[in-house]
Write a protein that binds this ligand. Structure first.
Ligand SMILES: [Zn+2]
Length: 91
C-alpha cells in the first residue's frame, strides 16, 4: 500500500530551495503559534498553527479554557507572519 501524496510531501524538507518558490512558509520561518483572545470567555489562549496547511486557513477549534467552539481564520503574509482571527462559531 502506498503512502498518500500528502504524506510524501512531509518528507520533502531536504529540498527546501524548491519549496521556497512555491510556498515560502515551508522553510520554518513562518509563525507556528499565535496568541488569541477567546470570544466567549476572553482568556488569552496560545494556539498552534500549521504553516504547511496553506496561506489561508479556516477551521474550527475549541477553546481550551471554556471549551466553546471557535472559528479560526489564519492568513499568512509573504514574510511568514500569521494574522489570526478568532470568532464565535455560528455568529
Ligand atoms: Zn474560552
Amino acid at each position: 500500500m502506498r503512502m498518500s501524496e500528502d504524506a510524501d510531501s512531509l518528507y520533502d524538507d531536504d529540498d527546501a530551495g524548491e519549496l521556497d518558490e512555491e510556498f515560502p512558509l515551508g522553510d520554518g520561518t513562518a509563525d507556528s503559534e499565535a496568541t488569541v483572545s477567546c470570544p466567549y470567555c476572553g482568556e488569552a489562549v496560545e494556539i498552534a498553527l500549521d504553516p504547511g496547511g496553506g496561506t489561508h486557513q479556516d477551521y474550527v477549534e475549541d477553546c481550551e479554557v471554556c471549551c466553546q467552539p471557535w472559528r479560526v481564520s489564519v492568513q499568512y503574509g509573504l514574510d511568514g507572519e500569521a494574522a489570526v482571527e478568532v470568532t464565535a462559531l455560528g455568529e
